[in-house]
Design a protein around this ligand. Structure first.
Ligand code: F6R
Length: 639
C-alpha cells in the first residue's frame, strides 16, 4: 500500500490524503492550522476554528500545543467553537467535552477564555432551543467558521449529526444513536451513565465552514469512511454530505483508507501496476468473491471480474494460481521460532539460531494469550528462551467490586491481630470507604489503582506460568503514559520508549512480538507499538538489532486480512483449549470487563472466533483444513 499501485481513483468524491501514520497526518493538519492563524495575525484579523473532541484530533492538539510552546505560535487572535457536548453534562465531569478541550488544548495555550465556545450541557431543557439559536448566531456574528476539524463516528456521524440528520440542520439538541452510545461506553463506567442526548452543530453549520479537515485513523474507521467518501450522498451517512463541500480534505492513515476501492480492489477502477503482493490480494479477492478454491480459478474467472490485465500482462490463470497457492502455503508453520535444521528458504522464520530469544510484548496484561496464546505455548515447548513483557498495568479495567474483594481479603488476613495491625486495618477501611462513596466515572486514588494493577499482575503471572514461563522471564513495564487513572492517556514519551529499549537491550532478542491491532478503543495498542518502534529506532546502531525480527500480531480487536499474513501458526483443538485456559487466568476480565468496547463477546470468544475464521479462510482458498490459526505480519524497518 506504500507504493502507488493504481492509476485512477475516480470513485472518491472527497479529496483524500493518505498518511503513513496518524502522527504524520496530524502534524500536517496542525501546521496548516498554524499557518492560517499566522496569516490572519499578519492581516490583523481573528480566525474562527470549529473544533472536535474524541480520539481523532488529539494529536493535532498536541502538535498545536508544541507549536505554541516551542515555536511561539500565539492563539491571541483565535476564536473557537466546539462541535458538540453531551446533554446533560457538567463541565467538570471526566467525560465532558469542556474538560477534554481544556486538558488537551486550552490550558496549554494563550487563547483568551472569552474566545472559547463549547455547547453548554447544563442548560435547562426549556432553554435549550433558544440557547442553540444563540450559539448558531454567535458563530455567524464572528463571520462563520474559517476551519472546521471533524472526526467521524461509526454511524457516519459528524458532530453528533446521526443518520437521518437533515442537510439543512443547525445547532440543536439531538438523540444519540445506539451505536454512538455504545462507542461512548469507552469513556463511561456503565452503559446507563452514557447520556442519551447531545447538543451539536448541524450539517448546515458545518458545511458553511470555509475549509474542512476530516480526520480518520485506524481500521475501525475504514468501512464508514469508504461509505462517506465513495458512497451516495444520503442522510443515512451524514458525513457523505461533505462530498458537496468545495473545500474539504480527508486526512487518513493507511488503515483507515484500506477499504477505499483504490486499495481494496484497485483493478475495479483502472490499470494497476502489478507486483507480487497486489497479485496475491487480487487472487484471494477473486477466490473469495467466487467462493472457489484458488487452484480452480480459470482464465474466464479472471477475465469476467476485471482481472483480464493480470492474465494478459503476467501469466495464465494456471501459473498465477499455483504461484499464489504456494505463497500462502509457505506462510503456514508450526515452528514460529523457526524449524531447526530445516531448509528455511520458503519458511517465515529463520532456522538459525535453533534456540532463539524471544520477547512477547503485551500492551495490556492479557493481550499475549488472547492474541497469540497458541504461538506462545509452541515457542516455549519448542525450547526457545521466551520472555513476556506487559507494557501497561491495565489498572483502569478492573471493576471496583473486584478491588473491594481483594481489599477485604487483605483485611481479613490481619483480623484479630489488633495491636500490630490497627494502622493497616484503618488503611484498608479507608480504601473501602472511598469505593463506597465513589461517583460514577470518578478516577481512583493512587492506592486503589495500585490494588487494581496488582490484581492484573497476578493474573498475568498465572497465565504466563501456565504457558511455561518462570518468573525471571515475566516483566512488568508499567509504561508511564498509561498511568493517568482514566481512559484518557498521556502521549507517548521518551520515558515510555526507554523502558522498552532497556528490556530489549538486556535480552537482545532474535524475535520480538508486538500488538499490531490498532483498533482498540483507547489507543493503548497504538501507543505501545509506537514505543516498540521508537525503541528499535533508538537501538538501531547495535549489531544484534539488525538480526532481530519484529512480528506483529492481532486478535483482541480484529485480524489481518489474509493477503497480509506472513506467518500463520495452526492450532489443534487441544492447543485451542489450552489457549482458552490461559485466557481464563484473567479472571477480572471474564464475563464483562469494564470498557469492553462494542463487541458483545468475551475476549476468549473473540479470539477463538477469529482464529477459527482464519483457518476457515485458508480452507476456502483450497489450503489445508486446521482447527484454528494465529497470524502474524513482519514489520520491516526502513533504513
Ligand atoms: C466529537 C464529535 C464526534 C467524533 C466522532 C469520532 O466532538 O463530534 O463526531 O468526532 O464520534 O470520535 P473519535 O474521534 O473518538 O473516533
Amino acid at each position: 500500500m506504500e507504493r502507488l499501485r493504481y492509476q485512477l481513483k475516480s470513485l472518491e468524491k472527497i479529496p483524500v490524503k493518505v498518511w503513513k501514520s496518524s502522527a504524520d497526518g496530524c502534524r500536517h493538519v496542525a501546521q496548516s492550522i498554524a499557518l492560517a492563524i499566522r496569516q490572519k495575525q499578519q492581516e490583523g484579523e481573528k480566525i474562527v476554528l470549529g473544533l472536535a473532541t474524541g480520539s481523532s484530533p488529539i494529536q493535532v492538539y498536541q502538535e498545536l500545543v508544541r507549536l505554541h510552546k516551542e515555536e511561539g505560535l500565539s492563539f491571541h487572535n483565535v476564536v473557537t467553537f466546539n462541535l458538540d457536548e453531551y446533554y446533560p453534562m457538567q463541565p467538570d465531569a471526566p467525560q465532558s467535552y469542556v474538560r477534554f478541550m481544556h486538558e488537551y488544548l486550552f490550558d496549554h495555550i494563550d487563547i483568551k477564555p472569552e474566545n472559547i465556545h463549547i455547547p453548554d450541557g447544563t442548560i435547562p431543557m426549556e432553554k435549550v432551543e433558544s440557547y442553540c439559536t444563540a450559539y448558531e448566531k454567535e458563530i455567524n456574528a464572528h463571520g462563520g467558521l474559517d476551519i472546521q476539524l471533524l472526526g467521524i463516528g461509526r454511524t457516519g456521524h459528524i458532530g453528533f449529526n446521526e443518520p437521518g440528520s437533515w442537510e439543512h440542520s443547525e445547532t440543536r439538541l439531538v438523540r444519540l444513536d445506539a451505536i454512538t452510545r455504545k462507542d461512548a461506553l469507552k469513556d463511561f463506567p456503565h452503559e446507563e451513565d452514557v447520556p442519551y442526548r447531545a447538543i451539536t452543530m448541524g450539517i448546515k453549520t458545518i458545511m458553511k465552514a470555509k475549509m474542512i479537515y476530516l480526520l480518520g485513523w485506524g481500521e475501525h474507521k475504514a468501512a464508514v469512511l469508504m461509505r462517506a467518501i465513495e458512497g451516495p450522498i444520503t442522510a443515512s451517512v451524514p458525513s457523505a454530505f461533505l462530498q458537496k463541500h468545495p473545500n474539504v480534505k480527508a486526512h487518513l492513515d493507511q488503515s483507515a483508507a484500506s477499504e477505499l476501492t483504490r486499495f481494496q480492489s484497485p483493478w475495479l477502477i483502472g490499470m494497476c501496476n502489478w507486483d507480487e503482493d497486489l497479485i496475491c490480494q487480487a487472487v484471494i479477492w477473486l477466490s473469495q468473491k467466487l467462493d472457489k478454491p484458488i487452484l480452480k480459478l480459470t482464465d474466464e474467472d479472471y477475465a469476467e471480474n476485471s482481472l483480464s490485465d493480470l492474465i494478459i500482462e503476467h501469466a495464465s490463470a494456471y501459473d498465477i494460481n499455483i504461484r499464489i497457492f504456494n505463497r500462502l502455503q509457505h506462510t503456514i508453520t508450526g515452528w514460529p521460532g523457526g524449524k531447526p535444521n530445516a531448509d528455511d528458504s520458503t519458511r517465515p522464520e529463520r532456522a538459525k539460531p535453533a534456540r532463539k530469544r524471544a520477547i512477547i510484548f503485551s500492551p495490556h496484561p492479557d493481550d499475549d494469550v488472547i492474541s497469540m496464546g497458541g504461538t506462545f505455548l509452541r515457542l516455549v515447548d519448542q525450547g526457545h528462551e521466551v520472555h513476556v513483557a506487559y507494557q501497561t498495568s491495565g489498572n483502569i479495567a478492573v471493576h471496583d467490586h473486584d478491588a473491594r474483594r481483594f481489599i477485604e481479603f487483605l483485611q481479613e488476613t490481619v483480623n484479630g491481630d489488633h495491636e500490630k495491625v490497627a494502622g493497616l486495618q484503618a488503611h484498608y477501611q479507608s480504601m473501602i470507604d472511598f469505593l463506597d462513596q465513589k461517583d460514577p466515572g470518578q478516577a481512583d486514588t493512587a492506592e486503589i489503582r495500585r490494588i487494581k494493577g496488582i490484581i492484573r499482575r497476578g493474573e498475568a503471572r498465572a497465565a504466563a506460568r501456565f504457558c511455561g514461563l518462570d518468573d525471571a522471564h515475566i516483566h512488568f513495564l508499567d509504561m508511564p503514559f498509561y498511568e493517568t487513572g482514566s481512559p484518557r492517556k498521556k502521549p507517548l514519551g521518551d520515558d515510555d520508549i526507554d523502558v522498552v529499549a532497556e528490556l530489549l537491550e538486556k535480552i537482545k532478542p532474535h524475535q520480538v512480538y508486538g500488538a499490531g491491532d490498532l483498533a482498540d478503543p483507547h489507543g493503548t495498542h497504538r501507543v505501545c507499538i509506537e514505543a516498540i518502534f521508537g525503541a528499535f529506532e533508538k537501538l538501531k546502531g547495535q549489531s544484534w538489532i539488525k538480526d532481530c525480527w519484529l512480528w506483529l500480531y492481532r486478535g483482541a480487536w480484529h485480524e489481518w486480512p489474509v493477503h497480509e499474513i506472513e506467518m500463520a501458526v495452526p492450532l489443534s483443538p487441544a492447543e485451542l483449549r489450552k489457549k482458552r485456559q490461559a485466557i481464563f487466568m484473567h479472571q477480572s476480565q471474564k464475563d464483562r470487563p469494564p470498557f469492553p468496547g462494542t463487541d458483545e463477546r468475551e475476549f476468549w470468544q473473540r479470539a477463538e472466533d477469529r482464529n477459527q475464521a482464519t483457518a476457515q479462510a485458508y480452507r476456502s482458498l483450497g489450503l489445508a483444513e486446521y482447527e484454528a490459526m494465529e497470524t502474524f505480519r513482519r514489520w520491516k524497518f526502513e533504513d
